[in-house]
Design a protein around this ligand. Structure first.
Ligand SMILES: [Zn+2]
Length: 205
């Protein structure tokens, strides 16, 4: 039954990501779906309608991945290239293991490494969205705290990959850290492959 609960959780996550557009909330999506947490808007790139006006000169060199786009682990872009090599290798090893097991899971990313100024932009967006730094911190960390800025976190694009990592990621050191972010993984397992208890959200730890 464990897997049943997992499937339900992932279905919710998939819906959430679909509704949010994952790496950029579709314009007006918040208003259209008020019950959704106003999103990984913060963690995933902000509102599309604001993006063009406010992104300024932020671009791929900052790890920016446009709304609706995703990158592969093999892509030569800063969002991937600037990841901790150990994290990138663990993700590739997981993808290889999933493929070897006959699982058609795409280990693509909507977010990887981000520059500090890109993270600051996301944090500022989140503060505007949620009304306070404390509330924003539930979804996005400051540049000094974000594991994305350190190259030590990725946000996966597909529920298949999230599902695989939730079952087997620990064997490769990979763990979901926050209960409210099923897409966000870091190298956090202990030597026996056990992940730490999930934190409620980004403000919890
Ligand atoms: Zn993340």
């Amino acid at each position: 039954m464990q897997f049943h609960r997992l499937s339900l959780a992932l279905t919710s996550a998939t819906l959430f990501l679909a509704l949010s557009g994952c790496s950029g909330v579709a314009a007006g999506a918040h208003q259209a779906v008020p019950a959704q947490p106003a999103n990984g808007a913060a963690d995933h790139g902000g509102d599309v309608s604001d993006a063009a006006a406010e992104l300024g000169d932020l671009g791929p060199d900052d790890g920016y991945i446009a709304a609706g786009e995703r990158v592969a682990l093999s892509d030569d872009v800063p969002a991937v290239a600037n990841l901790d090599p150990a994290l990138r290798e663990a993700l590739q090893a997981s993808a290889d293991a999933a493929a070897a097991a006959g699982r058609d899971a795409q280990f693509t990313l909507v977010d990887g490494w981000r520059s500090a100024r890109y993270q600051q932009y996301l944090f500022d967006q989140a503060v505007a969205e949620y009304g306070s730094a404390d509330q924003a911190a539930k979804w996005v960390k400051s540049p000094t705290e974000s594991k994305h800025v350190q190259g030590e976190a990725v946000d996966l694009a597909t529920a298949d990959a999230m599902d695989w990592l939730n079952r087997f990621g620990g064997e490769f050191g990979l763990c979901q850290i926050y209960a409210n972010e099923p897409w966000h993984f870091e190298l956090a397992a202990d030597a026996s492959g056990t992940c730490p208890p999930q934190l409620e959200d980004g403000s919890a730890g």
